[in-house]
Design a protein around this ligand. Structure first.
Ligand code: G3P
Length: 217
């Protein structure tokens, strides 16, 4: 499973990149707003830090404008993936950009049928939003499972990018359900490594080691 980080905070990306766990980055207009920075500048900086796909979202709502924005965003760097909303216009733009050889991430997916349409439009990634479904008492993980089955039934190459992930459990469940990628907030990525028994065990090993009076180097 690949991990993308869901942030437009360049400092956080710089801090996490050396871990080798960051396979890509996803941004959205809300994350850009939160960063308080210029969109194109942030995307260019992120693309220089991370080799993998960096999603940058269009903000037009009509296909011709979305396509123009997508082409312009793709010009920023080779690893830009153009993010498009799951609307009919977004799907038209997805097909056109795909035919131009530009990678796409179709976002705001809340149903299996929407994911089916995105795959037919040639999307590189589909982003089902798990957390936002859970928020309205719909099982977000069931959507991931359904999309996995549909894509496998028809051998669609579109990668399932589990988004709106709020917890370590969401990451585990997405992996079990067969998502290709999880895009996770930095805090969730960092939480994955932590276990109290690891800390407790390490403390005990180090205390016993100190008692031996030895050094490895
Ligand atoms: O990038 C989209 C996404 O992951 C949104 O997450 O927490 O705002 O629902 P959230």
């Amino acid at each position: 499973m690949k991990f993308f980080i869901d942030t437009a905070d360049v400092e956080e990306i710089k801090a996490l990149a050396p871990t080798g766990l960051v396979d890509g980055v996803t941004t959205n207009p809300s994350l850009i707003m939160k960063s308080g920075r210029d969109f194109r500048e942030v995307v260019a900086e992120i693309c220089a830090i991370v080799d993998g796909p960096v999603s940058a979202e269009v903000t037009a709502t009509e296909a011709p404008e979305m396509i123009k924005e997508g082409v312009s965003l793709a010009d920023i760097a080779d690893n830009v993936t153009v993010k498009l909303p799951l609307t009919l216009e977004g799907l038209v733009a997805c097909k056109a950009l795909t035919e131009e050889g530009i990678d796409t991430n179709v976002t705001l997916c809340f149903s299996a049928n929407q994911a089916l349409l995105a795959a037919k439009a040639g999307a590189t990634f589909i982003s089902p939003f798990i957390g936002r479904l859970d928020d309205i008492n719909v099982d977000g993980m069931e959507l991931i499972r359904d999309i996995r089955m549909i894509y496998d039934n028809y051998d669609f190459r579109t990668e399932i990018l589990a988004a709106s992930i709020r917890s370590a459990n969401h990451v585990k469940e997405s992996a079990i359900a067969g998502a290709d990628v999880a895009t996770v907030p930095p805090a969730v990525l960092k939480s994955l490594v932590r276990h109290p028994l690891t800390d407790k065990g390490l403390d005990a090993f180090l205390a016993d080691w100190a008692k031996t009076g030895q050094k490895i180097l």
